[in-house]
Ligand binder design. Structure first.
Ligand SMILES: [Zn+2]
Length: 478
């Protein structure tokens, strides 16, 4: 297999197919057949995310996939921003009868959910109103599509909240960032939260905040984003409540869209190596795979031992599987499970039975460790923790190494082309300069200012030489 750091694109395509994550042969651009290994992992990711959302007061709900055009167009900026992305359903039935109005396949669910919110929210007692759904959305992407990075169909969770005051809504944005942090930390994905510049906000939002991580080829990937919507949507959708003084008020809103599908893609890319996937133990469909190494005369004993090891691990909450397929050699199995990224491999051969020991192999480092039978559970548990920690440290180191600074356009261009990552520059704040920088660097986007670490500009705008107003980061993104 290729190396993800030197040949990312080919490596990624290869790993998606060979590790059986998705099949791209469905033949509708941007739509995938998702296979068990990726779905089992994403289900675990959903559990972490949904548990966190519910713990923070969100209720689950499911809303229709189709949105009438009249709902879709209620908030002008939103409709304008998404208009090129919509799949429209225009007819149905055997007579192909046209619907009186077009139905949008939701590219995001503000317009579906807020239509109902306006019926459900009546007084201040109904607030805060916090709801989420996990679902598919569809976007008519013009750019080239890539599994788990950019698709015309993808899977995500969206949380939509309504509050009495602006302050509470702004606090929610912080809470969403905390949720993002918890999820990404579990997956060992480092990131920076940026406040996006004005010209790059979510359509209809007052302000947008998004987490960026860095892929092995130095390109950025936007992970969860959260938006302060102000009263833009509540006014368009008539989401009103009677306050404590009996006065009618419009609600203050936020929306939060962690795309589990895309986070999965980032996780695959960030941890993978030239043997395939490296799954963080926190979400790996299997934590350990047991490989019996059969040898004439001791087959039965080995098979029995493998079974008892599995039972022992399962009893301790460590998911495992015995690969005893006779048609494959142990060497073939090692490669296969390494490709799948299973964190720990346990080998059992005749010598191990004799010595009452087991051989453990770490997926992340390849290190072999011999342990006594009686210590197995404890040692596997310890190893899983070490792997989880190592993945974080390794990813964090790479992330830090790809953050740099540029004093002039030449340096910015050079860094973006040679190393990629996030490059810190000083900027006057004008869209014209942002556009120029993007064109000149062939795709260098203004990602915004890192939250909590805003710096005061000291010099001039990297492009026009006028007094700089902001210290921002630039990077090329997927
Ligand atoms: Zn400028």
């Amino acid at each position: 297999m290729k190396n993800p750091k030197s040949n990312f694109s080919e490596w990624y395509t290869e790993v998606i197919q060979d590790a059986e994550l998705a099949d791209i042969r469905y033949n509708v651009k941007g739509f995938l057949a998702h296979m068990p290994w990726s779905v089992r992992t994403m289900k675990k990711m959903y559990l972490i995310l949904e548990d966190e959302l519910e713990r923070k007061g969100h209720e689950p709900a499911w809303f229709p996939a189709l949105v009438p055009e009249s709902y879709f167009k209620k908030e002008a900026e939103h409709a304008k921003g998404f208009s090129a992305d919509v799949f429209w359903v225009t007819e149905g039935g055997s007579e192909n009868s046209k619907f009186p109005e077009r139905l949008a396949m939701r590219p995001t669910s503000e317009t579906a959910m807020y239509t109902m919110y306006s019926l459900w929210i009546r007084t201040w007692r109904d607030l805060p109103f916090k709801m989420y759904q996990s679902c598919q959305v569809w976007r008519f992407e013009g750019k080239s599509t890539r599994p788990f990075i950019r698709g015309r169909e993808f899977y995500w969770t969206e949380a939509h909240d309504v509050f009495e005051t602006q302050k509470e809504a702004e606090k929610q944005v912080e809470e969403d960032m905390d949720t993002t942090g918890k999820l990404l930390k579990e997956l060992a994905i480092p990131f920076i939260f940026f406040k996006r510049p004005e010209h790059d906000k979510f359509c209809g939002a007052v302000s947008t905040y998004a987490a960026d991580s860095i892929m092995p080829d130095g390109k950025l990937i936007q992970l969860p984003s959260t938006h302060f919507l102000g009263q833009n949507f509540s006014k368009a959708f008539n989401i009103k409540f009677v306050d404590k003084d009996g006065k009618e008020q419009y609600g203050w809103q936020t929306c939060y869209g962690p795309a589990v599908w895309r986070i999965f893609g980032a996780m695959v890319a960030i941890h993978g190596d030239d043997k395939g996937l490296v799954m963080p133990p926190s979400v790996a469909p299997l934590m350990a795979v047991i490989i019996p190494i059969y040898f004439k005369g001791s087959d039965e004993k080995i098979a029995e031992k493998a079974k008892s090891v599995k039972k022992l691990l399962e009893g301790a909450g460590i998911s495992s599987k015995v690969d005893d397929k006779p048609e494959h050699t142990p060497g073939w199995k090692y490669n296969y499970w390494e490709l799948k990224g299973v964190p720990v491999r346990i080998e059992i051969g005749p010598k191990d039975i004799e010595k009452k020991q087991l051989v453990l192999v770490r997926r992340d480092t390849g290190e072999k460790i011999t342990v006594k039978e009686g210590e197995l559970v404890e040692k596997v548990r310890e190893l899983l923790e070490k792997i989880q920690k190592n993945l974080w440290e390794r990813a964090e180191k790479f992330f830090r190494e790809h953050i740099s600074e540029a004093k002039d356009m030449e340096q910015l261009k050079k860094t973006l082309n040679e190393r990629g990552g996030l490059v810190k520059v000083e900027w006057c704040g004008s869209v014209e300069c942002a556009d120029y920088i993007k064109a000149e660097t062939v795709g260098g986007d203004m990602r915004g200012t890192p939250l909590g670490k805003e710096e005061k500009p000291k010099g001039k705008c990297i492009r026009c030489g006028k007094k700089a107003e902001q210290v921002v980061y630039v990077g090329k993104a997927y």
